[in-house]
Design a protein around this ligand. Sequence first.
Ligand code: ZN
Length: 82
Amino acid sequence: MARMLAAEAAQYIGITEDELMMSRARGLPPGTLGSRVAPGQPVTWDSEDLLPAPDAVPQPVCEQCGFVAASPRGLATHERRH
Ligand SMILES: [Zn+2]
């Protein structure tokens, strides 16, 4: 694991440093996943904390009826039934 400064952490997860700091200011992740190792130190992020959680991966949802498919292939099969 590695601790990263804001610019590095933002790049790691594919957002801008401004977006990362904005989420922190709003009290939302991923900004709030950062912390200071000691008072007066810059806020840093642990690379392990920034990996997307498995359940955070969006599942394909049918736009017509809201059916949640297990996979894109499953959604395609479902949509053919409409
Ligand atoms: Zn549907």
